[in-house]
Design a protein around this ligand. Sequence first.
Ligand code: AMP
Length: 220
Amino acid sequence: MKIVLLGAPGAGKGTHAQFLSDKYEIPHISTGDIFRANLKAGTPLGLQARSYMEQGLLVPDSLTVDLVLDRLEAPDCENGYILDGFPRNLFQAEALTKALAEKGEEIDYAIHFVIEDEAIIRRMSGRRVCERCGATYNIHGMAPKVEGICDRCGGAVVMRKDDAPETVLKRLEVYREQTEPIVAYYRELGKEAIIDSDQPLEEVRAELTALLGENNGCNG
Ligand code: AMP
Protein backbone atom coordinates (compact mmCIF):
# COMPACT_ATOMS: atom_id res chain seq x y z
CA MET A 1 0.00 0.00 0.00
CA LYS A 2 1.60 3.23 -1.18
CA ILE A 3 0.25 6.30 0.51
CA VAL A 4 0.93 10.00 0.14
CA LEU A 5 -0.24 12.29 2.94
CA LEU A 6 -1.42 15.74 1.92
CA GLY A 7 -2.45 18.72 4.02
CA ALA A 8 -1.07 21.93 5.46
CA PRO A 9 1.76 21.92 7.98
CA GLY A 10 0.13 21.14 11.32
CA ALA A 11 -2.77 19.19 9.79
CA GLY A 12 -1.64 16.08 11.64
CA LYS A 13 0.21 14.22 8.88
CA GLY A 14 3.08 13.13 11.14
CA THR A 15 0.81 11.94 13.93
CA HIS A 16 -1.44 9.93 11.65
CA ALA A 17 1.54 8.60 9.71
CA GLN A 18 2.87 7.03 12.92
CA PHE A 19 -0.48 5.30 13.46
CA LEU A 20 -0.68 4.09 9.84
CA SER A 21 2.91 2.88 9.90
CA ASP A 22 2.30 0.80 13.05
CA LYS A 23 -1.05 -0.53 11.83
CA TYR A 24 -0.11 -1.47 8.29
CA GLU A 25 3.54 -2.29 9.01
CA ILE A 26 4.94 -0.05 6.33
CA PRO A 27 7.60 2.63 6.83
CA HIS A 28 6.78 6.25 7.57
CA ILE A 29 9.01 8.34 5.34
CA SER A 30 9.06 11.99 6.37
CA THR A 31 11.30 14.27 4.33
CA GLY A 32 11.14 16.84 7.15
CA ASP A 33 12.47 14.19 9.58
CA ILE A 34 15.20 13.20 7.12
CA PHE A 35 16.31 16.82 6.75
CA ARG A 36 16.17 17.41 10.51
CA ALA A 37 18.27 14.29 11.17
CA ASN A 38 20.84 15.50 8.64
CA LEU A 39 20.84 18.95 10.17
CA LYS A 40 21.44 17.51 13.61
CA ALA A 41 24.23 15.26 12.35
CA GLY A 42 25.80 18.20 10.49
CA THR A 43 25.92 16.38 7.13
CA PRO A 44 26.45 18.35 3.90
CA LEU A 45 22.76 17.80 3.07
CA GLY A 46 21.75 19.16 6.47
CA LEU A 47 23.96 22.22 6.01
CA GLN A 48 22.48 22.89 2.58
CA ALA A 49 18.89 22.45 3.80
CA ARG A 50 19.28 24.50 6.98
CA SER A 51 18.62 28.07 5.80
CA TYR A 52 15.58 27.04 3.74
CA MET A 53 14.07 25.18 6.66
CA GLU A 54 14.70 27.94 9.14
CA GLN A 55 12.89 30.40 6.87
CA GLY A 56 9.97 28.05 6.27
CA LEU A 57 10.89 27.70 2.58
CA LEU A 58 11.08 24.51 0.56
CA VAL A 59 14.46 22.85 0.22
CA PRO A 60 15.35 22.79 -3.53
CA ASP A 61 14.03 19.87 -5.58
CA SER A 62 17.61 19.00 -6.58
CA LEU A 63 18.29 18.03 -2.94
CA THR A 64 14.94 16.37 -2.33
CA VAL A 65 13.67 14.26 -5.21
CA ASP A 66 16.55 11.80 -5.64
CA LEU A 67 16.83 11.44 -1.89
CA VAL A 68 13.23 10.21 -1.70
CA LEU A 69 13.31 8.08 -4.83
CA ASP A 70 16.44 6.31 -3.50
CA ARG A 71 14.77 5.78 -0.14
CA LEU A 72 11.82 4.07 -1.88
CA GLU A 73 14.24 1.46 -3.26
CA ALA A 74 15.13 0.22 0.24
CA PRO A 75 13.95 -3.31 1.10
CA ASP A 76 11.54 -2.11 3.80
CA CYS A 77 9.49 -0.34 1.10
CA GLU A 78 8.65 -3.58 -0.66
CA ASN A 79 5.09 -3.71 0.75
CA GLY A 80 4.50 0.01 0.53
CA TYR A 81 5.16 3.16 2.50
CA ILE A 82 3.66 6.36 3.83
CA LEU A 83 5.11 9.53 2.36
CA ASP A 84 4.76 12.48 4.73
CA GLY A 85 5.91 15.89 3.47
CA PHE A 86 6.69 14.66 -0.02
CA PRO A 87 5.68 15.53 -2.70
CA ARG A 88 5.55 19.21 -1.79
CA ASN A 89 5.09 20.77 -5.24
CA LEU A 90 3.97 19.72 -8.71
CA PHE A 91 7.49 18.99 -9.90
CA GLN A 92 8.01 16.51 -7.05
CA ALA A 93 4.56 14.93 -7.60
CA GLU A 94 5.24 14.40 -11.29
CA ALA A 95 8.73 13.04 -10.59
CA LEU A 96 7.23 10.51 -8.18
CA THR A 97 4.49 9.44 -10.60
CA LYS A 98 7.07 9.02 -13.37
CA ALA A 99 9.53 7.04 -11.24
CA LEU A 100 6.76 4.71 -10.08
CA ALA A 101 5.31 4.31 -13.60
CA GLU A 102 8.74 3.14 -14.79
CA LYS A 103 8.36 0.21 -12.39
CA GLY A 104 4.68 -0.36 -13.32
CA GLU A 105 3.60 1.05 -9.95
CA GLU A 106 1.43 3.89 -8.70
CA ILE A 107 0.36 5.61 -5.50
CA ASP A 108 -2.75 3.94 -4.05
CA TYR A 109 -4.07 6.77 -1.89
CA ALA A 110 -3.38 10.48 -1.50
CA ILE A 111 -4.95 11.11 1.88
CA HIS A 112 -5.81 14.77 2.26
CA PHE A 113 -6.13 16.00 5.85
CA VAL A 114 -8.33 19.09 5.83
CA ILE A 115 -8.28 21.66 8.64
CA GLU A 116 -8.89 25.42 9.08
CA ASP A 117 -5.90 27.79 9.36
CA GLU A 118 -6.96 28.91 12.86
CA ALA A 119 -6.87 25.34 14.12
CA ILE A 120 -3.46 24.86 12.50
CA ILE A 121 -1.98 27.84 14.28
CA ARG A 122 -3.43 26.67 17.61
CA ARG A 123 -2.02 23.20 17.08
CA MET A 124 1.40 24.28 15.97
CA SER A 125 1.91 26.48 19.00
CA GLY A 126 1.45 23.31 21.10
CA ARG A 127 3.40 20.93 18.91
CA ARG A 128 6.50 19.29 20.35
CA VAL A 129 8.79 16.70 18.83
CA CYS A 130 11.31 14.20 20.18
CA GLU A 131 14.82 15.33 19.24
CA ARG A 132 16.00 11.73 19.07
CA CYS A 133 13.29 9.64 17.34
CA GLY A 134 11.02 12.30 15.82
CA ALA A 135 7.85 11.19 17.67
CA THR A 136 5.35 14.05 17.75
CA TYR A 137 3.32 15.32 20.69
CA ASN A 138 1.05 18.26 21.49
CA ILE A 139 0.88 19.95 24.85
CA HIS A 140 -2.84 20.56 24.17
CA GLY A 141 -4.14 17.04 24.62
CA MET A 142 -1.38 14.71 23.41
CA ALA A 143 1.46 15.48 25.80
CA PRO A 144 4.17 12.94 26.65
CA LYS A 145 3.51 11.07 29.92
CA VAL A 146 6.46 12.82 31.57
CA GLU A 147 6.84 16.46 30.55
CA GLY A 148 9.70 16.97 28.10
CA ILE A 149 10.56 13.25 27.81
CA CYS A 150 9.65 11.02 24.86
CA ASP A 151 7.35 8.07 25.73
CA ARG A 152 8.95 5.97 23.02
CA CYS A 153 12.68 6.48 23.43
CA GLY A 154 13.30 8.74 26.45
CA GLY A 155 14.73 11.52 24.23
CA ALA A 156 14.12 15.22 24.89
CA VAL A 157 10.78 16.54 23.63
CA VAL A 158 11.15 20.10 22.34
CA MET A 159 9.50 22.72 20.12
CA ARG A 160 10.69 22.72 16.53
CA LYS A 161 12.49 25.91 15.55
CA ASP A 162 10.29 26.28 12.49
CA ASP A 163 7.11 26.09 14.63
CA ALA A 164 7.79 29.64 15.86
CA PRO A 165 4.72 31.77 14.94
CA GLU A 166 6.41 33.88 12.19
CA THR A 167 7.78 30.78 10.49
CA VAL A 168 4.40 29.02 10.73
CA LEU A 169 2.77 31.85 8.75
CA LYS A 170 5.49 31.59 6.09
CA ARG A 171 5.08 27.84 5.89
CA LEU A 172 1.32 28.20 5.44
CA GLU A 173 1.92 30.70 2.61
CA VAL A 174 4.39 28.31 0.93
CA TYR A 175 1.84 25.52 1.37
CA ARG A 176 -0.93 27.51 -0.35
CA GLU A 177 1.29 28.58 -3.23
CA GLN A 178 3.35 25.48 -3.93
CA THR A 179 1.87 22.44 -2.24
CA GLU A 180 -1.89 22.92 -2.50
CA PRO A 181 -1.90 22.54 -6.30
CA ILE A 182 -0.89 18.90 -5.90
CA VAL A 183 -4.21 18.19 -4.18
CA ALA A 184 -5.92 18.82 -7.53
CA TYR A 185 -3.24 16.76 -9.25
CA TYR A 186 -4.04 13.67 -7.15
CA ARG A 187 -7.79 14.37 -7.37
CA GLU A 188 -7.57 14.24 -11.15
CA LEU A 189 -5.70 10.95 -10.87
CA GLY A 190 -8.63 9.68 -8.77
CA LYS A 191 -6.43 9.15 -5.70
CA GLU A 192 -7.60 11.84 -3.29
CA ALA A 193 -9.31 10.72 -0.08
CA ILE A 194 -10.48 13.57 2.16
CA ILE A 195 -10.27 13.25 5.93
CA ASP A 196 -11.49 15.95 8.33
CA SER A 197 -8.47 16.39 10.55
CA ASP A 198 -10.11 18.78 13.02
CA GLN A 199 -11.76 16.05 15.08
CA PRO A 200 -10.60 13.81 17.92
CA LEU A 201 -7.69 11.51 17.16
CA GLU A 202 -9.77 8.35 17.57
CA GLU A 203 -12.29 9.54 15.01
CA VAL A 204 -9.60 10.34 12.47
CA ARG A 205 -8.13 6.88 13.07
CA ALA A 206 -11.55 5.26 12.58
CA GLU A 207 -11.98 7.09 9.27
CA LEU A 208 -8.52 6.03 8.14
CA THR A 209 -9.26 2.41 9.02
CA ALA A 210 -12.60 2.58 7.20
CA LEU A 211 -10.77 3.89 4.13
CA LEU A 212 -7.85 1.48 4.12
CA GLY A 213 -9.37 -1.60 5.78
CA GLU A 214 -7.91 -3.73 8.55
CA ASN A 215 -4.39 -5.06 8.15
CA ASN A 216 -5.03 -8.58 6.95
CA GLY A 217 -1.39 -9.28 6.18
CA CYS A 218 -1.65 -8.75 2.43
CA ASN A 219 -1.05 -5.07 2.00
CA GLY A 220 1.49 -5.45 -0.77
P1 AMP B 1 7.90 19.16 7.58
O1 AMP B 1 8.42 18.46 8.78
O2 AMP B 1 7.32 18.23 6.56
O3 AMP B 1 6.97 20.30 7.91
O4 AMP B 1 9.18 19.82 6.85
C1 AMP B 1 9.99 20.78 7.51
C2 AMP B 1 10.76 21.57 6.46
O5 AMP B 1 11.61 20.67 5.72
C3 AMP B 1 9.93 22.27 5.41
O6 AMP B 1 9.44 23.52 5.88
C4 AMP B 1 10.92 22.40 4.29
O7 AMP B 1 11.87 23.42 4.54
C5 AMP B 1 11.66 21.07 4.35
N1 AMP B 1 11.01 20.03 3.53
C6 AMP B 1 10.40 18.89 3.98
N2 AMP B 1 9.94 18.15 2.95
C7 AMP B 1 10.26 18.84 1.83
C8 AMP B 1 10.06 18.59 0.44
N3 AMP B 1 9.40 17.50 -0.01
N4 AMP B 1 10.53 19.51 -0.44
C9 AMP B 1 11.19 20.61 -0.02
N5 AMP B 1 11.40 20.90 1.27
C10 AMP B 1 10.95 20.03 2.20
